[in-house]
Design a protein around this ligand. Structure first.
Ligand SMILES: [Zn+2]
Length: 254
């Protein structure tokens, strides 16, 4: 699991593991423990003290570290802004599409040769179904990922909304593509913390409101994800892994 630092208390009796990767340091030590009798590794996306802004996160090291510890399914909850009225503050949404508007991030393990990841459906269908199963969680919608760390202008936000996109976030890419390159399942559950600038009132988006809403909903999200972990589907045979069968990958998978 990759998530906010509020999720640390999630694991029973966790052990902290420092993982070295060929891509540098992950965001922090990985906590390894159990939830509902299953082995779970937790990595704080922004570092243990929230020291890494979205555009400075070492996404390649993070996904690599999880895979190296034996992870095969990644739950990646995140905070998002709502671009349309159907995604209101406090809503939980499992998006099914992604638009990557980031730039300058290390976004692939492929550094030579012809390896073209199938990514038409960027999220694992099995994990997405599991995350969307609890009452009150909506499934579907497009999440656009921007670099940040600033929030959008009103014009940017109105542009995204007019394209039919529902959610806006700063970390969802390249996280999802990197997981699949490493043949892991990944799905996200997005907590809407605010309405984005183009649909918000006069003040636009304010960080204090975003953090306050996220803190208020952390317990709810933890309970939900705990239930999902207990019911996780078998990753064997998932297309998130089988896409690479018969292909010659030009990078190592730990
Ligand atoms: Zn999968």
């Amino acid at each position: 699991m990759i998530g906010g630092s509020g999720f640390y208390s999630f694991l029973d009796d966790p052990e902290q593991v420092a993982v070295q990767t060929p891509y540098g340091e992950p965001s922090g030590p990985v906590s390894v423990g159990e939830v509902a009798g299953r082995g779970v590794a937790f990595l704080p996306r922004h570092g243990s003290g929230h020291e890494l802004p979205p555009h400075r996160i070492n996404y390649r090291a993070n996904l690599w570290a999880l895979r190296a510890l034996g992870v095969r399914q990644v739950l990646a909850p995140c905070a998002v802004g709502g671009l349309r009225s159907e995604a209101a503050p406090g809503d939980l949404v499992v998006p099914d599409q992604l638009v990557d508007r980031t730039s300058g991030r290390e976004r692939s393990y492929v550094e030579r040769g012809a390896v073209h990841l199938p990514f038409a459906d960027p999220y694992c269908p099995r994990l997405s179904s599991a995350l969307a199963a609890p009452d009150g969680v909506r499934r579907g919608g497009t999440m656009v990922v921007i670099d940040g760390p600033r929030f959008s202008t009103r014009a940017e936000s109105q542009d995204y909304a007019s394209r039919g996109w529902t959610l806006i976030n700063m970390t969802g890419a390249p996280e999802a593509a990197l997981a699949r390159e490493l043949r892991m399942c990944l799905a996200t559950i997005a907590l809407v913390t605010d309405m984005d600038a183009g649909v918000a009132g006069e003040a636009g988006v304010r960080q204090d409101e975003v953090f306050a809403l996220f803190a208020k909903n952390t317990e709810r999200l933890k309970t939900l994800i705990g239930g999902v972990i207990a019911e996780l589907p078998d990753p064997a045979g998932c297309t998130c892994d089988t896409w690479a069968e018969g292909l010659e990958l030009t990078y190592e998978i730990p």
